[in-house]
Every structure is written in structure tokens, then in C-alpha cells.
Design a protein around this ligand. Structure first.
Ligand SMILES: Nc1ncnc2c1ncn2[C@@H]1O[C@H](COP(=O)(O)OP(=O)(O)O)[C@@H](O)[C@H]1O
Ligand SMILES: O=P(O)(O)OC[C@H](O)CO
Length: 670
């Protein structure tokens, strides 16, 4: 409805960068409804199993397109771009970007929050702390040592990506969560861009000290991150700077930044200690406001900064239970199992055709389990199947899994806080699913209060940004905020508890499944479960193999002398003093079965198949991150331990081409 002259209010724009989508939303100050919005889906790249990357340039491109389109709707509503007086930013947290401050170019794709490539980095860090205690840094950072957090991703980038290493040496490296990348780029990039973040995003890096609200020198040292490459930390609500990128947003101030889950807490008006909200998106994140108290969880929850609404106001903290897979499980049912076509309609309708899951439980631990378990070795299971199970039961079990995971968090929260929650505010796209909402109330036994709009994150960022420029005082805004629907529990305590006990049994069965220490590129050729597979080859006997090795050496000597070193069987080497167990295993297997293993850097991105392809078929690998480089140093490795393990382990099996397949149990010894 167009506004009449004289009734125009100031507008606040919000950039909302989620895991799957970028949105630009425009709010009229003092109203908690969207005036105009536009969104675009993002590209997720999964170069290996468990990896998840995004394109930092695509994020910026989408922000500009979304802003243009949302702003383009303003004239018909009686407004213009000039009515937007400030911008807020809310973003997926933990996702990490490294870029060059001189060129402004990203040095690697963004590593998404749910990417688990850093499992081995976690092990390396755990090896340095007493008792390999994953909670060792919790009293400083509020977080366990897990692949989830940015410090691990930064360390991985520094250790594994040549361009990042080089930029670091040349002091051109900048790291940031997505908010930092957006602000830096929008405020001028290489020409004076602001390298900043807010306390909520910084609190997700595992580098910030929750007391000082600054980078912690000990944590930076532990992860080998130079503080110069990190952004300055600001409050969530103050004028940081002005957009200077020549886009439609040029000239508008930026005055609010909040990680998207903390933003939803603000948007949900959970500004009093003891109030909690749960946001159901790809993952699910339950935050409980603990006021100025930093509650240290002893039950697997995170302590995080909820918000700091101004540089001179104290930070407010929250306890958080993070669930890696919620809506993501529906996508899995659609895209991987093809059980449904439409995540929204089908999950509600098809699951609603049965009255229970028929005792089927689905633990969607696709990349491990987050809170309260923090088990990177967990993997997804569907259990309790019978001859009567239908897809309806499985879909319903996937919905229930979201609810049971929420109960896991609530149980932990109640123990940590000593006082059970009496109601749960909910938001996120999945909350449009009435069946899910009713199941949630039934499985936690308290009322579930659905927000009037699913996107509370953008609203929270608008409140923070508007507050900083005096157009959206939190107190005034709060009067307008009421939940739209309430779902009341319809189950008895006994029924609820019996089902929850079964869920816990299912969770137990999902634990300890993944023992992979090193991920392997999943290509069309080797997509056969997560086991090390040596390549198919056409040798009929050892003599042929040996001849072939000589040929390959010649190829190497002739064509790639200094750039790619062929590592022939009895000549083990390593680079930079690092001996990688995975490579040892491959080298040993190569020696045993007379297969040539070419050698690059210890943590290059290739599989052995890429390497064999190069030598056998003279085919250059087309993987973009390839950084073949000469070996700088030769070191003898100790083969004995790995040989012993493999020699004595009956679990080496052979595929149809007589290639050895080393099963998980062997690799767990590595
Ligand atoms: N009504 C619904 N019922 C069930 N699942 C849903 C519903 N709406 C969305 N989803 C699922 O929730 C996930 C999260 O969606 P979205 O909020 O767009 O993603 P994100 O914010 O994590 O980028 C989607 O992957 C989709 O599978
Ligand atoms: O983009 P979402 O909604 O999946 O949120 C992701 C979280 O911020 C990760 O911590």
C-alpha cells in the first residue's frame, strides 16, 4: 500500500547472507514488517565429501542484485532509495574467508560453517592440549575445539593454501567471517575498506576472549593466526562507516552487524535473561539469553555473545545449542533419497498421512553431531526399519529428529541453568510447517510460540542498525512485537519420555561411525564409500608394473622436472617436516603393490587417482586449487608402524581388480 505524503517513515535496509540464500530486506522503522525484499539462491560447492564452499564474489554480487531489486520496489510503495537511512548486516556465522588486501581478491572459496575438512586440524590442536580435552579453551572462548569454528578454518587455509601462506608472509592477508568480507568490500575494498566485525561474529571464531571482547593472544598463537590479519571488533550497533562501492547502496551508512542466530534472538524480542528462541533453517540454533552472566555450560552448550547494542553498553551473553542438520534433512530426503519433491508441502502432507513413525528413528548426523554431543565421528542413521516401514514414516522421523535434537538442547540448557524453560519462541522457514510445530510442542512438553514472520534475523539486524541512528529504539519497537501462533503439547510425560529414550538409543548407534582422518576427493571414479581405494590399473603382473613405473619416471623427468616430483617406492619423502599418515598409508600400499605414487605437498588437494591420471594418461588435473610445487626438503619417514598395522590387520580386502581397499578399522589406527 503506497504511503500518503507526510506519513513517510525512515527505512532501514538489511543484508541477510544465509547459508543457502542472500536476501535484501527493507523495513519501515518502528514496524516489524517487511516493506520490500528480494532474495537469490547461492551456489554451494562440495569438492569433497564433507566439504562445503561458497564463492565470496557471488555473495557480493547477490547482495548488489538483491538490493537493486528490493529498492526497485520502493517507488510503487511511495518511497525512494534516499529514504533508506541506514543498513544492517546479518550473516551465517563461522563461515570463513581469506583475501588479499591489496588486490581485494579472495584467496580461496569461503569455507562454510558446516564444512568438516578441518577434522585433522582439530586432532592436531587437541594433541597440543592437556588430555586432548576438547573443552580446554571453553573458559576463554565459550566454545569447544571443533571443525565448526573459524579458527580451525583459518588455520587450515594457512596450512594448506599456498596463496594464503604467501599473502600471510607478505602481510597482505586478511581473514574474516562473512560480515567482515561484506563490510570491507562495500566500504571500499582495497581503497580504504573497513576491516571490522561485531562481537557476536567474533565470538564464533574461537579466537575471541569472552571477558575482554577482544582477540585473545594465547588463542591466536595456538592457531597460528596473526592478529594483524583479523578484523577489529566493534559492538553490534553503532555507525561503522558508509558504503563506497558505486552500487545502488553507495552513500548509505552501515550501523548494525549481528550473526544470524543472535539477530533472531533480538528479532524475537528475547531481550530478557531467561528468554529463548529456536531458529529452524538448514541447521537449528537454540539461544537462551543469560543477561550479563556468562554461563559456562557443563552439558555441551556454547557460551556466546548474544548482542552488544552500542559501544558503551555492556555485552549480553547467551547459552547456545547448535544443531548442524534440521531443514537440511528435508533437502536430503528430496535431493538424495528422492522421497519428496517439495520440502515444504510434502514433508507436512506425506508425514501427516501416518500417525507415528512406526518406531523409526532418523539421526541426521551427516557431518557429525554438534551440541550437546560434539562428536565429529557420528554419522547419519535410520533405524527401526521393518517390512511395514514406508517413506511416510521416514519423512516423519526426519521431522521428529529436528524436535528430538531440540529436546537434547533443552535438556542440557535446563541442567546448565537450573530452571526449565516454560515456553519456546520459534522462527525460521521451517516453522511454516504446522506438523513440525505440533510435533515440537509434543516432544518437548512446553508451548511453542511461532513468530509472525519467519525471518527474525533480518528484523533483529534492522533493530540494531536503526537503534544506532536513533530511528528504532528497542523499547518502542518491543511494544509491537507479539507471536502469531501458539502450539500446545498434546502428549503425556510418559509418552514423551519413552520416545525420547528411544531417540537417545538411536543417537548412541550413530556415534563412532566415522574414523576417517583424511578426506578423499569424491570423483565419479572413486565414489565408493569413504574408504581408501587404490586406483584400477591394467597391469597383469609385477614385471608389467615395474616397466610401467620406469615409463612414468621418464615421463616425469621429461616433462615436469622441477614442478612435480614422482615419488617412487623406496624413496619416502615428506615436505616441511610434516609426515602425513594418510600419505604414509598410500605410499606403503604403493610399495606393496608396486603402484607409482607421485608426490606433491603433504596436504595437496588431489587424490591418488588424480595423480595416477596424470602419469598414466598424461592428463593434467583440472582441479582449480592444484598447487603442484617442488619438494623443498627430503626426510626419511618411518614406515614401520604403518606397515605393522596393515600387515597384521585382516581387514585389507581387494576389489575386483585386485586393488587393496583398506577399511575404516585400519585407518582408525593411523
Ligand atoms: N515448511 C518446511 N517444512 C520442512 N522443511 C522446510 C520447510 N521450509 C524450509 N524447509 C527446509 O529448511 C531448510 C532451510 O531453509 P532456509 O531457511 O532457506 O535456509 P538457510 O537459512 O539455512 O540458508 C531448507 O533446506 C528446506 O529443506
Ligand atoms: O544460514 P543459516 O540460517 O543456516 O545459519 C547458519 C548459522 O549461522 C551457522 O552457525
Amino acid at each position: 500500500m503506497p504511503v500518503k505524503d507526510g506519513t513517510k517513515k525512515s527505512l532501514v535496509g538489511v543484508i541477510d547472507d544465509g547459508t543457502k540464500t542472500v536476501r535484501f530486506v527493507i523495513y519501515e522503522a518502528e514496524r516489524s514488517e517487511e516493506l520490500a525484499a528480494y532474495q537469490l539462491d547461492k551456489t554451494e560447492v562440495q569438492p569433497q565429501e564433507g566439504w562445503s564452499e561458497q564463492d565470496p564474489q557471488e555473495i557480493i554480487h547477490h547482495i548488489r542484485i538483491c538490493a537493486e531489486n528490493a529498492i526497485g520496489k520502493l517507488p510503487e510503495l511511495g518511497y525512494t532509495k534516499d529514504d533508506i537511512i541506514t543498513l544492517g548486516i546479518t550473516n551465517q556465522r563461522e563461515t570463513t574467508i581469506a583475501w588479499d588486501k591489496i588486490t581485494g581478491q579472495p584467496l580461496h572459496p569461503a569455507i562454510a560453517w558446516n564444512d568438516i575438512r578441518t577434522s585433522t586440524t582439530v586432532d592436531a590442536i587437541l594433541a597440543k592440549v592437556p588430555d586432548r580435552n576438547k573443552n580446554y579453551l571453553k573458559h576463554i572462548s565459550g566454545l569447544p575445539i571443533s571443525p565448526y569454528f573459524s579458527a580451525l578454518k583459518m588455520k587450515w587455509l594457512k596450512d594448506n593454501v599456498k596463496a594464503v601462506k604467501k599473502a600471510s608472509k607478505e602481510r597482505k592477508l586478511l581473514f574474516g567471517t562473512v560480515d567482515s568480507w561484506i563490510v570491507w568490500t562495500l566500504t571500499g575494498g582495497p581503497n580504504g575498506g573497513l576491516h571490522i566485525t561485531d562481537v557476536t561474529n567474533a565470538s564464533r571464531t574461537l579466537l575471541m576472549n569472552l571477558d575482554t571482547l577482544n582477540w585473545d593472544p594465547m588463542l591466536c598463537r595456538l592457531f597460528s593466526i596473526h592478529p594483524d590479519s583479523l578484523p577489529n571488533i566493534y559492538s553490534s550497533s553503532e555507525i561503522y562507516g558508509v558504503v563506497k562501492d558505486g552500487s545502488v547502496l553507495d552513500g548509505i551508512r552501515i550501523s548494525g552487524i549481528l550473526g544470524n542466530q543472535q539477530a533472531a534472538l533480538v528479532g524475537q524480542n528475547c531481550l530478557q535473561a531467561g528468554q529463548a528462541k529456536n531458529t529452524y533453517r538448514s541447521g537449528c540454533f537454540l539461544l537462551c539469553n543469560t543477561g550479563s552472566r556468562r554461563v559456562q555450560s557443563t552439558h555441551g552448550l556454547l557460551t556466546t555473545v548474544a548482542y552488544q547494542l552500542g559501544p558503551d553498553t555492556p555485552a549480553v551473553y547467551a547459552l547456545e545449542g547448535s544443531i548442524a542438520v534440521a531443514g537440511g534433512a528435508m533437502k536430503f530426503l528430496r535431493d538424495n533419497l528422492k522421497l519428496i519433491k517439495d520440502v515444504v508441502k510434502d514433508t507436512e502432507q506425506i508425514a501427516g498421512q501416518v500417525f507415528s513413525t512406526g518406531d523409526v528413528y532418523f539421526v541426521p548426523a551427516f557431518s557429525g553431531l554438534y551440541a550437546p554431543y560434539w562428536r565429529k565421528d557420528a554419522r547419519g542413521i535410520i533405524c527401526g526399519l521393518t517390512a511395514f516401514t514406508t517413506k511416510n514414516h521416514i519423512i516423519r522421523a526426519a521431522l521428529e529428529a529436528v524436535c528430538f535434537q531440540t529436546r537434547d538442547i533443552l535438556e542440557a540448557m535446563n541442567k546448565d541453568c537450573g530452571m526449565p524453560l516454560s515456553k519456546l519462541h520459534v522462527d525460521g522457514k521451517m516453522t511454516s510447517n504446522n506438523l513440525l510445530m505440533q510435533l515440537q510442542a509434543d516432544l518437548i512438553g512446553i508451548p511453542v510460540l511461532r513468530a509472525h514472520s519467519w525471518d527474525m534475523s533480518a528484523l533483529g539486524a534492522a533493530v540494531a542498525a536503526g537503534g544506532a541512528v536513533g530511528v528504532w529504539a528497542v523499547q518502542r519497537w518491543r511494544r509491537h512485537h507479539t507471536p502469531a501462533d501458539t502450539f500446545l503439547p498434546t502428549t503425556t510425560d510418559d509418552d514423551r519420555d519413552a520416545r525420547y529414550t528411544k531417540w537417545k538409543m538411536a543417537v548412541q548407534r550413530s556415534l563412532g561411525w566415522a574414523t576417517t582422518k583424511k578426506s578423499i576427493t569424491m570423483t565419479g571414479q572413486n565414489k565408493r564409500n569413504s574408504i581408501i581405494q587404490l586406483p584400477n590399473h591394467s597391469f597383469d603382473n609385477i614385471t608389467d608394473r615395474k616397466n610401467s613405473i620406469n615409463d612414468e619416471q621418464t615421463i616425469e623427468q621429461d616433462s615436469r622436472k622441477n614442478s612435480l616430483i614422482t615419488h617412487v617406492i623406496d624413496n619416502p619423502v615428506s615436505v616441511d617436516g610434516e609426515i602425513n599418515a594418510y600419505e604414509e598409508l598410500l605410499k606403503y600400499a604403493a610399495r606393496k603393490f608396486s603402484i607409482l605414487i607421485p608426490f606433491r605437498t603433504p596436504k595437496h588437494e588431489h587424490t591418488i587417482l588424480d595423480d595416477i591420471d596424470y602419469f598414466m594418461n598424461k592428463k593434467e588435473c583440472d582441479y582449480g586449487m592444484c598447487q603442484c610445487c617442488p619438494i623443498e626438503k627430503k626426510l626419511q619417514t618411518n614406515w614401520q608402524s604403518i606397515e605393522d598395522i596393515i600387515e597384521n590387520d585382516p581387514e585389507i580386502i581387494f576389489d575386483s581388480d585386485n586393488n587393496p581397499i583398506v577399511v575404516e578399522r585400519v585407518r582408525s589406527h593411523l
